[in-house]
Design a protein around this ligand. Structure first.
Ligand SMILES: Cc1cc2nc3c(=O)[nH]c(=O)nc-3n(C[C@H](O)[C@H](O)[C@H](O)COP(=O)(O)O)c2cc1C
Length: 231
């Protein structure tokens, strides 16, 4: 384990006052993490900020499984490993010779290899609820369902960024959902939506690479992008 002294919880919480735009600009997937444990109180505080996010019909039907126990983490790693081992050679082959791409995929590989050593996993789950299915069209039901989870997840990611924790939003590690549910002891009506590995950051935060805003904004109707010369 690398020598690393995390900040005291009060000190970490004080960092939440960082300017919002700075947090947003520099929040990114940070996958290389110290093994040093993270105070559960800090995770509670960050999840509480997560809960300030909106939900469909104000349903607030989340639950968050916070995994810190070694045996549980080993089980999650065992679930992820076969998929990672199947997927990784393809990813490496596709990146061969491309230094930039190899640098991009390296943290994911590091993380997969050290999965069970990551201090905390948060698994946001949502309750499968008839309300979501009666909203109307299936696309809207799906949108309302997942859209009730991801705003809370983004709040959590921003909170992690501000206090100095590394985190990333992932779905692949819980790919075999029935097994993920069994590991987490979830009742039938709770759906695990993603998994967020969290620990003190080894890697750097942003800036992130995103397209220029005028390329992705359309005014009044799709295709109308006056400032890019498309109208
Ligand atoms: C819905 C969703 C699912 C994701 N699943 C995974 C995943 O399974 N594994 C992973 O390494 N990253 C996953 N990511 C993270 C993205 O790959 C990452 O946010 C993206 O590459 C941008 O990275 P950056 O914010 O560091 O620029 C997921 C992101 C989203 C929004």
């Amino acid at each position: 384990m690398t020598e690393f002294t995390p900040p005291a919880t009060e000190e970490a919480l004080a960092r939440l006052s960082m300017p919002m735009a700075d947090a947003m600009r520099t929040q990114r997937a940070v996958r290389r993490l110290h093994e040093t444990p993270v105070d559960l109180e800090l995770i509670y505080e960050l999840l509480e900020l997560g809960l300030k996010a909106p939900t469909s019909s104000n349903s607030q039907d989340w639950c968050f499984v916070v995994v810190t126990g070694r045996e549980q983490k080993e089980r999650l790693a065992k679930l992820y490993r076969p998929l990672y081992r199947a997927f990784s050679p393809m990813e490496r082959r596709a990146a061969a010779g491309d230094e930039r791409e190899l640098r991009r995929i390296a943290p994911g590989q590091w993380q997969a290899e050290h999965f069970a050593d990551i201090p905390v996993f948060v698994v946001p789950c949502y309750r499968r609820n008839l309300k979501h299915h009666s909203v109307g069209w299936p696309q809207i039901s799906v949108s309302s369902f997942y859209g009730s989870v991801y705003p809370a997840v983004q709040n959590l990611l921003l909170g992690c960024r501000a206090v100095g924790l590394g985190a990333s939003l992932q779905t692949l590690p819980i790919w075999l959902m029935p097994i993920a549910r069994r590991i987490l002891g979830l009742p039938r009506d709770r759906v695990p939506v993603c998994i967020i590995p969290i620990g003190w950051a080894k890697g750097n935060y942003g800036p992130t690479t995103r397209p220029p805003i005028r390329e992705v904004v359309h005014i009044d109707r799709f295709g109308n992008q006056p400032e890019t010369g498309q109208a």
